[in-house]
Design a protein around this ligand. Structure first.
Ligand SMILES: [Zn+2]
Length: 177
């Protein structure tokens, strides 16, 4: 009953609209006002104040990191099993020494290059044989051929797994990945 006596008006102290006034009592939504009333600021969505403002501003600041996490989860990560892992020490064209962690079973010879799938994304990189600093450790780990050619690789990677051609290639290159 008493609640109905409160009227909404501009705050007499700070002129903030939406203040609740009863005789000499004032409840104001302005956080820096001497009449500031926390319950009032929370009861009115969109009212200025730290508690009313926080939920509105939180989702936009969280969205990019949530999206980033989702994208990372979708894109997947590649970490070779310990028994399958090989570290390749490589000197790039700038003379910098890099270490690539990849999977032994994905090692392939391609002319003067050696290719393999590396962490953290599983992308296949091509390394110049002459620039591999630990080549004596890498070469014995390369699985023996034969390897599918470019056309056969495309079918194995993107072809219809139920087609006769795909099944034929899968039999021909059972270990290829
Ligand atoms: Zn006020």
């Amino acid at each position: 009953m008493l609640e109905s006596l409160w009227r909404t008006a501009d705050c007499p102290a700070c002129r903030q609209p939406g203040a609740r006034v009863l005789l000499w009592l004032v409840k104001c939504r302005n956080t820096i006002c001497r009449h500031f009333d926390n319950a009032l600021s929370q009861s009115l969505p969109g009212a200025p104040g730290p508690l009313a403002g926080a939920p509105a501003s939180a989702p936009p600041s969280q969205a990019p990191s949530l999206l980033g996490g989702l994208l990372r989860a979708l894109s997947g990560t590649f970490e070779p099993a310990p028994a399958d892992a090989i570290d390749i020490r490589y000197r790039n064209h700038k003379g910098e020494e890099k270490v690539f962690r990849g999977s032994k079973t994905s090692l392939r010879v391609a002319g003067r290059h050696i290719t393999l799938c590396v962490a953290p994304k599983g992308s296949r990189i091509s390394l110049t044989r002459d620039r591999i600093l630990n080549l004596p450790a890498v070469e014995p780990a390369i699985p023996p051929g034969p390897y599918p050619d470019r056309k056969e690789r495309r079918i194995l990677l993107h072809g219809d797994p139920c087609s006769a051609r795909y099944e034929e290639l899968e039999k021909k290159f059972p270990d290829w990945e």
